[in-house]
Design a protein around this ligand. Structure first.
Ligand SMILES: [Zn+2]
Length: 519
């Protein structure tokens, strides 16, 4: 039963979009050669940074708000380059577990269809967490089950309410776990096959690819829209070759980017040996064979890529986003940041799912991405805090194809700026701004967030969303959600022994690389 989304939770008329002059901010722009902070005024007009310099004149035409930036550290708005909003309501629901067992509990296709109200609320809650954490852009790879244009529109509209910049994509797949997880078909009792692949779509569900095409045309962004669309085949394993080709053609015909997952888990690496046998067991070479590689494709994770894969990604200018927190929580090891960067990849960073990460916190992602490289034991050869901040801003924008729009504090860029509080103890004394952002800041210092020239967070408060009303409405839907989730978890529990056995058998197979450091 469809319900009309309510207006509760949002603040109508919050956007200002006027001129803003920020006086004497300490600015870190990762696009400069040395990335060193400098003190300057920032002028924002019509959503764009129009001037940066000392003692800028107040614009003569129209009113401008002048803000004292002397205790603010301005960085480009953080880019969460890989995110899923569909499991926002499951944050904290799971402790560490394998990717394969987690997926059985968290993916929408194992749940009954969700209400329009729940979709809107979860989208707003996820956006609120991103915004409060200084994230101004997300790439949401969204699974809707079943896929309907109405629910896609609700999510799109919720993001517009929140005022966050989003590259939204509907994730499609047509191949179930029984065909992707090695050994599972051999060991799973036949009566559990239906559980592992999930229920069939409800009667009357539109054909997903046709519905996706309708969404991309009917909900096409207007000029300057903060919500734009990408096309998202779930992964080379979870999509047939025919589906990958269809989505490739749809993306190319609309000029959209493609987003997908790649080489997340060791179990996947074992599965790839069979699934992509004709391509040397490489999902990357398989994608190359289908004509998907190139600068219009962004891949997420890439933990279990070999040197030839990485070289091919770099040569084809395919873009890659690392997700260190979710990779560790789902026991997938560490993507080698240093090796990939040396091969020529510009790496974005993401916080991934809300139930396997579990925070939408780019400060955590930055710190993890640098410090995990220490496991290799060498010193002084990077990556450094400068690399991490660049990955979370400019290179994240590059991963989303937005590098000419956002990711820098520089004249001509859209005014997506995160302001950190220099009075926070983390920045006292201020010895090295970038290192203190990456190694010290956890999100507490996010004082204000500007997106497209409008303050969406101010004095640590969300301007676009009434958080008290949102919390109240959320509390109203959670009992029903939790009841549904308990049924899903109980079903998944029946599969655990077989998934665990499939994982054990997979771990016995040599994949000619390691992404684990110790036991
Ligand atoms: Zn993902």
């Amino acid at each position: 039963m469809a319900e009309a989304p309510t207006g509760i939770g949002s603040k109508p008329g919050w956007a200002t979009g006027g001129k803003t002059l920020v006086r004497k901010a300490t600015i870190v722009d990762p696009g400069t050669d040395d990335g060193r902070p400098f003190i300057a005024d920032i002028l924002v007009e019509k959503g764009r940074i129009t001037a940066i310099g000392p003692d800028l004149a107040v614009p003569s035409e129209g009113s401008a708000e002048t803000i004292d930036g002397s205790s603010l550290l301005a960085i480009p708005g953080l880019v969460n380059a890989h995110y899923h909003s569909h499991d926002v309501l499951l944050k904290g629901a799971f402790d560490v577990m394998s990717l394969e067992r987690w997926a059985m509990r968290a993916l929408p296709r194992f749940f009954p269809p969700r209400s329009d109200r729940e979709l809107r609320l979860r989208t707003l809650v996820g956006a609120a967490e991103c915004l409060r954490g200084g994230i101004t852009t997300v790439q949401d790879m969204l699974s809707l089950w079943p896929l309907t244009s109405r629910q896609a529109e609700i999510v799109r509209d919720a993001y517009r309410e929140a005022g966050i910049r989003v590259v939204l994509g509907i994730q499609l797949a047509d191949t179930g776990p029984i065909d992707t997880i090695p050994y599972l078909r051999d060991i799973l009792p036949p009566d559990l096959t239906g559980l592992v692949n999930g229920p069939p779509p409800p009667p009357g569900t539109p054909v997903p690819v046709a519905e996706l095409e309708r969404i991309l045309v009917d909900l096409a962004p207007s000029p300057g829209d903060l919500v734009t669309w990408g096309v998202c085949p779930s992964s080379p394993e979870r999509c047939s070759g025919a589906l990958l080709e269809q989505l490739r053609d749809i993306a190319r015909s609309l000029g959209s980017r493609l987003f997908s997952h790649i080489a997340i888990s060791r179990v996947e690496a074992v599965g790839a040996q069979r699934l992509f046998e004709a391509f040397g067991g490489s999902p990357v070479r398989y994608l190359e064979g289908l004509g998907l590689l190139g600068p219009d494709l962004t891949l997420a994770h890439g933990v279990w890529l070999d040197d030839a894969d990485v070289e091919l990604l770099a040569r084809s200018a395919t873009r890659l986003v690392m997700n260190p927190m979710s990779n560790l929580k789902t026991r997938n090891g560490i993507a080698p940041f240093r090796t990939y960067a040396r091969a020529g990849l510009r790496l974005g960073l993401g916080c991934d799912n809300c139930s396997c990460s579990d925070a939408q916190n780019m400060f955590q992602a930055m710190k993890f991405s640098v410090l995990l490289s220490g496991i290799a034991g060498r010193t002084d050869d990077g990556p450094t805090a400068v690399d991490a901040l660049r990955a979370a801003t400019l290179d994240g924008a590059f991963a989303l194809g937005l590098e000419k729009l956002v990711g820098r504090i520089a004249v001509g860029y859209r005014a997506d700026i995160t302001f950190l509080d220099l009075k926070d103890p983390v920045f006292r004394p201020l010895n090295n701004a970038t290192r203190q952002i990456v190694y010290g800041e956890g999100g507490r210092g996010v004082s204000a967030v500007m997106i497209d020239g409008t303050f969406v967070v101010r004095d640590r408060r969300l301007m676009s969303i009434d958080e008290d009303a949102l919390a109240e409405e959320l509390a109203g839907i959670m009992p029903a959600f939790r009841r549904d989730a308990e049924v899903v978890f109980a079903r998944a529990g029946k599969l655990d022994p077989y998934l665990t056995r499939a994982e054990e058998l997979s771990w016995g197979v040599d994949v000619r690389m390691t992404r684990m450091a110790c036991t």
